[in-house]
Design a protein around this ligand. Structure first.
Ligand code: ADP
Ligand code: MG
Length: 695
């Protein structure tokens, strides 16, 4: 007899996994047999029972059985086959928009059918649109399923049935494997946390029994699910804590220089806020310590993070080190380069801009400069950290708008400029305010500084919310405002899932506005514009040559044109609160008071109304983040795209926030009392993240 397959063997050992299927599985991060066990269902369908048609509830999925009473093609707005079935308790229509004559015949009057689908409201009664149907032969009853049907996250070309078949095999193996080998959490811990064993939890979530609470499962609040989420959060927490500890094994430049910074500040033309001064002090204390700094700087939009970054960079430069400032977009990198030139050139310090658009020959001298041990101030996109860029004396990495980068990118940076037990300092800046416990979990490897004060020059932005029927009035007002010397952003956000349409909408709007405002220079930026045009448009706006800039949400992060004092956002009801907040933060940066007009298309949903009302009522980023959490609920606020927090398999930092305290405490216990488990847990949940795997 062949030896049983071990859970850490490649999936190709299983029946039904050839090269093709293995490729599909790889896309789902499934490489080993055991990974299948941790690929958990998104949701469930209940085919374990038949629901009487008379007891169906709107919006629910259900399995029903009945006899066809009517079967006819109707010609409404769309031609459809409508089949009425009844079971004695009631009747329901099945509606098919796509059908052929064979299907029509199968669903002939008198046939007995079993269907599974979602219950919707039809013109006269409940309906199911395109349910799965099975014709029942004769009178003999058909069995129902013994378990809820799991629906797995999948990828094109990989059927649910295949995934179920494979998980069946993995579950059977799990039943054979010694329980102890799989269970990583010590019994004492499990008991204290009142959690089921790993095996119980996995068996339950993959194959829930018919009496399982499907609503609880849908909310991921079942103890079996919570157990698994807990373990994933724990693994993540442990990996970050370990990174943090490992950082202490390295040395970093000890820097106490301050003279250049003083000259820099003197040239700013403004006085630092108390919060800026405090954060600079916190960073300086780190730099004086000789250990690599890992500090997160959280500061609301417009709090003045760039000035802090520049002040800190000055210390490093003075001490003879290189500094790299990374921004998430070309637009922002360009802007930072302009700002830093303005600030540093008078001090005799050049800064260089490194983006992926530079040609090889343009890049070469910059690379050579960085490779030397000369002090240098380099600004750029992720091009700063491409393989071919070597740093001779990198002392500080600054990452701006870190929520735009993945945690993996952040970790990858640590290896740059690392040599001979030495690592550069890192300052990571973000405008996404997140609640404290969340920050502690998401950034457990970092120290946190907060800029909780806006520069006094910042004018609170007055916000009005208007239906789009008022558009013409707004356009007329813009003419007046521009005459007064003000500059305006007009934002056209995504109206569809496709970025093609977004840039089209912006282009059309620019044409319309230019026609309606013949005396005004109108600019246009969107993501599809070639980079050099994008820069030219931004630069022209920054210089005041264009008074009105039509833009997509590309201007959302970091853009700083102090003279702009009006922002109009179309289709504002489609944007989330954080995004609106980021966008609005582009105005109110200069001497004038600023306005923001949120245009919406009626009718407004309850939710959209609340969102827009929040925007009207406050400009405080933390208040807005809290409201966002309340309104949008689990999952969305901290989506990977928004925050750069690692992508979890099953956990969700917001939804599962209640577990975080236990997770943090348990991580400490594991590190102290069960250090041998750390590797195994990290391996199980994060093995495919290279940067974690080889730390
Ligand atoms: P953010 O924190 O959003 O990155 P910025 O660094 O872009 O903010 O700063 C916003 C604007 O405020 C910039 O024009 C900047 O020059 C200005 N600024 C920064 N600090 C101060 C200050 N202490 N006093 C006045 N203006 C300041
Ligand atoms: Mg910024």
């Amino acid at each position: 007899m062949a030896s049983p397959i071990a859970l850490d063997e490649p999936v190709t050992r299983l029946n039904g996994v050839g090269e093709k299927v293995a490729e599909h599985l790889a896309k789902l991060r499934i490489a080993r047999v055991g990974d299948l066990l941790f690929h958990l269902p998104l949701r469930y369908q209940d085919r374990t029972r038949l629901t009487p048609i008379g007891a169906l509830r709107f919006g629910r999925e259900a399995q029903i059985e009945g006899v066809v009473e009517v079967s006819q093609v109707v010609f409404g707005r769309r031609r459809a086959l409508v089949v009425r079935i009844a079971d004695g308790s009631g009747a329901i229509n099945l509606r098919f928009f796509h059908f052929n004559s064979a299907q029509q015949q199968r669903l002939a009057v008198g046939r007995r059918v079993r269907c599974f689908g979602e219950v919707r409201r039809g013109p006269n009664s409940f309906e199911m649109v395109h349910p799965e149907c099975q014709i029942l032969a004769g009178e003999q009853p058909l069995a129902v399923d013994a378990e809820l049907t799991p629906i797995y996250p999948t990828t094109e070309g990989l059927q649910q049935n295949r995934l179920r078949h494979l998980t069946n095999q993995a579950l059977a193996l799990l039943a054979n494997v010694e329980q102890e080998a799989q269970e990583l959490l010590p019994p004492a811990l499990l008991q204290r946390l009142a959690m089921p064993s790993l095996r119980e939890a996995l068996e339950f979530v993959h194959r829930p029994p018919p009496d399982a609470d499907i609503d609880m499962l849908a909310e991921s609040s079942h103890p079996a699910q919570r157990r698994l989420v807990f373990e994933e959060l724990l693994a993540y927490q442990l990996s970050l804590k370990r990174l943090r500890e490992q950082a202490r094994d390295f040395a970093a430049p000890t820097v106490v220089a301050r003279a250049l910074q003083e000259r820099l500040l003197a040239g700013f033309g403004f006085t630092l806020t108390g919060a800026q001064r405090r954060v600079i002090d916190e960073v300086e204390a780190d730099l004086a310590r000789g250990l690599p700094m890992l500090r997160l700087l959280q500061g609301d939009v417009g709090a003045g993070k760039t000035a802090v970054a520049a002040a800190v960079a000055a210390n490093m430069l003075e001490a003879g080190y290189q500094v790299a400032l990374m921004a998430p977009t070309e637009l922002l990198a360009e802007q930072h380069a302009r700002t830093l030139r303005r600030w540093f050139e008078p001090l005799g310090i050049e800064s260089m801009l490194l983006t992926s658009r530079l040609t090889k020959s343009q890049r070469k001298p910059l690379h050579a400069r960085l490779e030397s041990a000369e002090p240098a101030l380099a600004v750029g996109t992720h091009a700063l950290f491409q393989q071919d860029v070597q740093y001779g004396r990198l002392g500080l990495i600054i990452v701006d708008e870190q929520h735009r980068f993945g945690v993996e990118q952040r970790l990858a940076l640590r290896d740059k400029g690392a040599r001979d037990g030495f690592r550069p300092h890192q300052l990571i800046m973000t405008a996404t305010p997140i609640p404290r416990t969340l920050a502690m979990s998401a950034y457990a490897d970092l120290d946190v500084s907060i800029l909780d004060e806006l520069p006094p020059s910042r004018k609170p932005v007055r916000t009005v919310v208007l239906a789009e029927s008022k558009r013409a009035d707004i356009v007329a007002r813009i003419a007046d405002m521009v005459r007064e010397g003000r500059q305006v952003y007009w934002v056209c956000p995504l109206i569809d899932e496709s970025d093609v349409l977004e840039h089209q909408a912006a282009t059309d709007t620019a044409v319309q506005l230019a026609a309606a405002l013949p005396d005004i220079q109108v600019g246009l930026v969107h993501g599809r514009l070639p980079d050099k045009d994008k820069d030219a448009q931004m630069a022209a706006f920054a210089r005041g040559e264009t008074a009105l800039l039509v833009a997509t949400t590309v201007i959302e992060v970091g853009v700083d044109v102090p003279n702009a004092s009006l922002m109009v956002i179309e289709n504002a009801e489609r944007l989330g609160l954080s995004q609106l907040h980021q966008l609005r933060g582009r105005v109110g940066r200069g001497a004038q008071h600023a306005d923001c007009v949120l245009l919406y298309k009626p009718p407004l949903s309850q939710m959209a109304r609340k969102r827009l009302e929040t925007m009207r009522a406050t400009t405080d980023g933390f208040v807005i983040a809290d409201r966002d959490l309340e309104l949008r609920g689990p999952g969305e606020l901290l989506g990977t795209r928004q925050t750069g927090i690692a992508q979890f398999r099953i956990a969700d930092l917001v939804r599962d926030a209640a577990q975080l305290r236990d997770v943090q405490a348990t991580a400490t216990t594991v590190l102290n009392d069960y250090p041998h488990l750390v590797d195994k847990l990290v391996q199980r949940w994060l093995a495919d993240k290279v940067e974690y795997a080889n730390v």
